[in-house]
Ligand binder design. Sequence first.
Ligand SMILES: O=C(O)[C@@H](O)C(=O)CO
Ligand SMILES: [Mg+2]
Length: 252
Amino acid sequence: MKFSANLGFLWNELTLPDAIRAAKLAGFDAVECHWPYDVPAAEIRAALDETGLPMLGLNTRRGDVAAGDNGLSALTGREVEARAAISEALDYARATKTRAVHVMAGFASGPEAHASFIANLRFACAEAEAHGITILIEPLNHHDAPGYFLQTTEQAQDIISEVNHPALRLMFDCYHVQIMEGDLTRRLQNLLGLIGHIQFASVPDRGAPDHGEVDYHAIFATITRLGYDRPLGAEYKPAGKTEDSLSWFSVF
Ligand SMILES: O=C(O)[C@@H](O)C(=O)CO
Ligand SMILES: [Mg+2]
């Protein structure tokens, strides 16, 4: 198996360039992050070049986090901000050779929110395609993100088929999908052609994948059997130091 360190959670006490170096030292094959915008892209690019690790993904800005925003692209009336966030993320991705941008929907519901999300995703896909960047959408669970627009893979599947653009893919985060829908093995199998990236964490505590209600031995075996060989995103919250949370790494 190949693994990507999600630096939003792993080594998040370090600067992002140093976290990239720590992931390399620990033996990860790739990295991904959440919101890298406080760090000049050139510094990230230098750390990636130095370590040889690819950056698999980053997220669009959430908006006004202090006011409760968690993404902008499904927010009717906030299209200008949403598209600025998408363009900013794509520029940052190009400058760092990051492969995918996760377009965050935000807290919203209903047909207007759906229409806004579709229109903003079409904008994102058209911009991304020219640069070979993938656009990801990710269902989040309703305990961690109550009221988030995108909550299930079924809803994501409908959105992907309505947008109907080759740049748009599903971020299948096993942690969120297990909480909302379960049936991980069948869902991975059925959605394989739509999946752009897979992430994992224990359920329900979002820790390392060596405990909890999901048997990651079985899930990773399924992913391998399906022929998916890209790095899987370790997006979990270490109980202590990241280095002390990595015993699962040699097991899988
Ligand atoms: O699962 C998550 O929370 C992340 O993948 C993310 O990008 C949104 O916060
Ligand atoms: Mg995730």
